[in-house]
Design a protein around this ligand. Structure first.
Ligand SMILES: *Cc1c(COP(=O)(O)O)cnc(C)c1O
Length: 411
């Protein structure tokens, strides 16, 4: 018999979102009339916009003709798209050959874990998007589970007390640092000065940063960098992973990219980009050609206008929810909302409740699904994440229900 990959037996529990969905399903089964609204998983709800849809439809139609058909493309992606990303999103501060097109940021993060192998030590913001830690556990690059997290993972608490920017001195030298900004789940957006500290720390300590910028399009405040490469020196210490998912509603279409600068080196002087190219050409076979045409359209003038409208819609939802959660019925029991307006997530502290307990109460009393903060890491305990992806009418209905929630009467 073949031995099971030890990584799987080390994983604490199921992936967070299946557990979230399971509780919702069980609740629905026992309360068939409840009209449950999900403010849980960060999934987009608004349709693709016209210019972008048309580009994909036209291309797909072409695929059914002799002249328009194409098979495999370059594993690294269409050169036209690599150029356009470099130009439109990075103002040509990076080179097209440093951009690698993929089927999404999460998938790239998994492949990055292959790139660095199982002997790398990692540090994560705590709380964090689950794939950073869970993927590393599956890869075998972390030790066993201790009470509050995995031995071998450096957790960097990001809480209200430190303004959601971690104490960098916790990070050991030569560590792979996962850093998400604007952050999922906390919604925090770190400033240029803070990111400069991060980059400087990485440079002086031999660390590499995996910078997840999936929510860059939601940034509205000045002084919040849209890419890590706005920081001097970042090309020597950072890979940026990014995605069309939250930018243009491509969660189901599947399209992302990673930037691996030519300057980035391993300790023996070899190029990280060279090995990343090997990973992509060996383990990946290129993003969908239809999706890549959609990606090109996203970065047209028309596409940029349309996607800004999409993102503004979700930000509008967030503003409505912020007001509701700041209501007196919540304030009265010490609830505190953290939200700067640069992300689709509200991070809300319920000091008197464990995350899963308040999750169950809100599901039961309001028929609303949220995401428990503790599922994102030990420092997420007592918090809930409210996602603002959703139809406006659902958000308004959810807010109505939340406004009449009386937590002081719930035991
Ligand atoms: C949604 C999300 C992604 C996007 O993943 P895709 O695979 O591109 O859909 C990446 N990182 C974070 C933190 C996310 O929330």
């Amino acid at each position: 018999m073949i031995k099971r990959n030890e990584g799987f037996s080390k994983l604490v529990s199921g992936y967070l979102f299946p557990e979230d969905a399971k509780r919702r399903r069980e609740y629905q089964e026992s309360h068939p009339n409840a009209k449950i609204i999900s403010l849980g998983i960060g999934n987009t709800t608004e349709p693709l916009t016209p210019h972008i849809t048309k580009a994909m439809v036209d291309y797909a139609n072409g695929l059914g003709t002799q002249e328009g058909y194409s098979g495999y493309g370059d594993e690294q992606g269409l050169s036209e798209l690599r150029q356009k990303i470099a130009k439109v999103l990075y103002s040509d501060t990076i080179l097209p050959e440093e951009v690698f097109i993929s089927d999404g940021a999460k998938c790239d993060i998994a492949r990055i874990q292959v790139l660095f192998g199982s002997n790398v030590q990692i540090a994560v913001q705590d709380p964090a998007y689950p794939v950073y830690v869970d993927g590393s556990v599956i890869m075998g690059s972390t030790g066993k589970l201790e009470n509050t997290g995995y031995e071998g993972v450096t957790y960097l608490p990001c809480t209200a007390e430190n303004n959601f920017f971690p104490d960098l001195n916790l990070i050991k030298p030569n560590t792979l640092i996962y850093f998400c900004n604007p952050n999922n789940p906390t919604g925090a957006a770190n400033t240029k000065e803070q990111l400069k500290q991060l980059v400087d720390y990485a440079l002086s300590n031999g660390c590499i940063i995996i910078y997840d910028a999936a929510y860059f399009a939601f940034i509205r405040n000045n002084g919040i960098p849209k890419t890590i490469y706005e920081i001097d020196g970042a090309k020597n210490c950072a890979i940026e992973v990014n995605s069309f998912s939250k930018l243009a509603g491509f969660t189901g279409v599947r399209l992302g990219w990673s930037v691996v600068p030519s300057e980035l080196k391993f300790d023996d002087g070899t190029s990280v980009k060279q090995d990343w190219n090997r990973v992509m050409t060996t383990l990946f076979n290129g993003a969908s050609n239809i999706a890549q045409r959609g990606g090109l359209a996203v970065l047209d003038e028309e596409g940029i206008k349309e996607t800004k409208g999409l993102v503004d819609y979700y930000l509008g939802n967030a503003a409505i929810m912020k007001e509701t959660l700041n209501g007196s019925n919540f304030k009265e029991v010490g609830v505190k909302v953290y939200y700067t307006g640069d992300s689709p997530y509200l991070w809300v502290k319920f000091p008197n409740y464990k995350s899963w307990d308040i999750f169950d109460i809100i599901l039961d009393k309001c028929h609303i699904v949220t995401t428990p903060g503790s599922g994102f890491g030990p420092a997420g305990e007592n918090y809930l994440r409210f996602s603002c992806f959703g139809k406006r009418e659902d958000i308004e209905e959810a807010c109505k229900r939340l406004s009449s929630l009386n937590l002081s009467s719930v035991s």
